[in-house]
Design a protein around this ligand. Structure first.
Ligand code: PXG
Length: 458
C-alpha cells in the first residue's frame, strides 16, 4: 500500500471510504491527509511531511508512537491466543491481568471492571448497568441520567444521547428517553460578570434544580467529564466539582466520571477525578488505556455498586464480542506497566504541566487570543475578535477552521472546536517539543490574523 502515491490514495479513499465526523462531499473535493508513519510525537504523511501531533491521535496515544514493547505484547498474545471471549463463564489471562492492574491504578473504591471495545461502549454499558443497579435496589423508577450540554460521551445511540452535542441529537432523533442535560461550566462563554468561582457554584447548582424538576426519586446518576475534551477543553472553576459531589451525595444519586480523555495521566494524575477531588461510583475509560495501539475501553465499577450487582445475582444481559479481547488487553497491560515503570504520569504532574502551561500562556499576548487554559497536558486557546468583551466571532467556527488548517501547514496538529484551538500531546513529549508545538501554533495564529484582516471578519 505504501507504494501508492498520495493522489492514488486520495482517489481510492474518496471512492470507497466513508470517514467518521466528516463532510463526505467536502472531503471528496479536498482529499484526505494520509498519515503513513509515526515515531514519538511526530507523524509522517504520504508526502513525507513531518507533523508534531499535538492531539496524541484522538487524545489517546499517551506513550507516543513507535513503542516496540506494545507491538511485542500484541505479537506474543496473537501467537498464544489471538481471541477468546469472556462470555458464558470464560476468561483469558490478559483480561484477568488487566482487570487486576486497573484495580491497582484506579482510586480505592474501584476493584472491578466491565471491559468493552471503546469509550462509547463503556458509556452504553454504564447506562444499562446504572438502570439495573436501581432495579436491583428496588427503585426501578430511578432511571434518568443527567449529562451536560456540549458534553461528549461517544457516538453510539446511548453515548450520543448522554452527550450534549445538539448537532448529533438533531441528526438522529436523540436523546433517547430518560436522559436530561444541564449547562456546562464554561466560564469564558457563559460567565458574564460572575467570578469563575461564583459561576462554578451557580452552574453546579443547576444539577440540584434539574433533580428537583425531574423528581429526586427518579434520578439515577449524573455524568460528566472532569475536563470536557471534545467540547473545547472546558476546565471547570475549582468550586464546580466539589459542589456537584455534594449534590450527588445529598440526593443519593450515582456520580459517573467519564475518564475516557482524562484517564491515565492526562491531567497529571492517573484519573481526572483525583485532580478535582471527586469520589465517583462509575468511571468509563478507554483511549490512553492502551495508548490507542488497539481499541479497548471499560467501565470501572465501585464496590458499593458492584456489591449490589453481585449479591443480588441474576444475569446482566449485556456484552460485546470483543469485551476483554485478549490482544487488546495484553497491550493495555503493557501500556499500564510502562506508565508506572517510567513514571510517565509523575513527570507530567511535576515537570511538564507547569512548563506546558507557561509556554502556552505566552500566546495570551497574541491579539487573537482571549483566554489560555491549561491543566496537565490539556490546553486551549480562545480565538476572539475583541479580547476584553470575551465576544466570539460572528460566524463561529470559521476562524478555528482556518487556524486548524494553518497549524497543519506549519507542521503541528491542533484541533479546532468552533474557534477554540485545543491541544493534548502525547504524555511523553519533551520540553523542547513543547517549545516547538507552541512556536508552530504561534506562527499559525499570526497567519490566521492575516486571513481575518484580509477577509474583514469580526
Ligand atoms: N467519552 C469521552 C469523554 C470521549 O472523549 C468517548 C467517551 C467515546 O469514546 P470512543 O472510543 O467510542 O470514541 C469519547 C471520545 C474529538 C474526538 O475530536 C473525541 C472523542 C472521539 C473522537 C474525536 O475531540 N472522544
Amino acid at each position: 500500500m505504501s507504494r501508492l502515491t498520495t493522489s492514488e490514495l486520495q482517489r481510492l479513499d474518496s471512492e470507497h471510504y466513508l470517514h467518521p465526523f466528516t463532510d463526505f462531499k467536502q472531503l471528496a473535493q479536498r482529499g484526505a491527509r494520509v498519515v503513513t508513519h509515526a515515531d514519538g510525537v511526530w507523524l509522517t504523511d504520504s508526502d513525507g511531511n513531518r507533523i508534531l501531533d499535538g492531539m496524541a491521535g484522538l487524545w489517546c496515544v499517551a506513550l507516543g508512537y513507535g513503542r516496540k514493547e506494545l507491538a511485542e505484547a500484541a505479537y506474543r498474545q496473537m501467537l498464544d491466543l489471538p481471541y477468546y471471549n469472556s462470555f458464558f463463564q470464560c476468561a483469558t489471562p490478559p483480561a484477568i491481568q488487566l482487570a487486576q492492574r486497573l484495580a491497582e491504578v484506579t482510586p480505592p473504591q474501584f476493584n472491578r471492571v466491565f471491559l468493552t471495545g471503546s469509550g462509547s461502549e463503556a458509556n452504553d454499558t454504564m447506562l444499562r448497568l446504572v438502570r439495573r443497579y436501581w432495579q436491583l435496589r428496588g427503585e426501578p423508577e430511578r432511571n434518568v441520567i443527567i449529562g451536560r450540554w456540549n458534553g461528549y460521551h461517544g457516538s453510539t445511540v446511548a453515548g450520543a444521547s448522554l452527550g450534549g452535542m445538539q448537532p448529533m441529537h438533531e441528526q438522529g432523533g436523540l436523546p433517547i428517553p430518560g436522559i436530561a442535560h444541564i449547562n456546562q461550566p464554561y466560564w469564558f462563554e457563559r460567565g458574564g460578570d460572575l467570578s469563575p468561582a461564583e459561576f462554578g457554584l451557580r452552574t453546579a447548582r443547576e444539577l440540584a434544580d434539574k433533580i428537583e424538576e425531574i423528581g429526586p426519586r427518579r434520578v439515577a446518576a449524573f455524568i460528566g467529564e472532569p475536563v470536557q475534551g471534545a467540547g473545547g477543553v472546558i476546565i471547570p472553576p475549582e468550586t464546580y466539582w466539589p459542589e456537584i459531589q455534594r449534590i450527588c451525595d445529598h440526593y443519593g444519586i450515582l456520580l459517573v466520571s467519564d475518564e475516557v480523555i482524562c484517564g491515565f495521566g492526562r491531567t497529571g494524575r492517573w484519573f481526572g477525578c483525583e485532580h478535582f477531588g471527586t469520589r465517583p461510583d462509575l468511571m468509563p475509560i478507554a483511549k490512553a488505556m492502551s495508548s490507542g495501539y488497539l481499541p479497548i475501553g471499560g467501565l470501572m465499577v465501585a464496590d458499593r455498586v458492584a456489591q449490589v450487582l453481585i449479591a443480588e445475582g441474576g444475569e446482566f444481559y449485556h456484552g460485546f464480542t470483543y469485551s476483554g479481547h485478549p490482544v487488546a488487553c495484553a497491550v493495555a497491560v503493557a501500556n499500564i506497566d510502562i506508565l508506572r515503570r517510567e513514571k510517565v504520569i509523575e513527570r507530567v504532574r511535576e515537570e511538564l504541566a507547569g512548563y506546558f502551561a507557561a509556554r502556552l500562556r505566552t500566546l495570551a499576548e497574541h491579539p487573537l487570543v482571549g483566554e489560555v487554559r491549561a491543566v496537565g497536558l490539556l490546553g486551549a486557546l480562545e480565538l476572539v475578535p475583541d479580547k476584553p468583551s470575551r465576544r466570539f466571532f460572528r460566524n463561529r467556527g470559521e476562524v478555528g477552521t482556518v487556524c486548524r488548517d494553518l497549524c497543519v501547514a506549519n507542521g503541528v496538529v491542533s484541533r479546532a472546536v468552533r474557534d477554540t484551538m485545543i491541544c493534548a500531546p502525547p504524555l511523553v513529549i519533551t520540553p523542547a517539543e513543547i517549545d516547538e508545538l507552541v512556536s508552530r501554533l504561534g506562527r499559525a495564529l499570526d497567519q490566521t490574523a492575516a486571513v481575518i484582516a484580509r477577509e474583514g471578519w469580526s
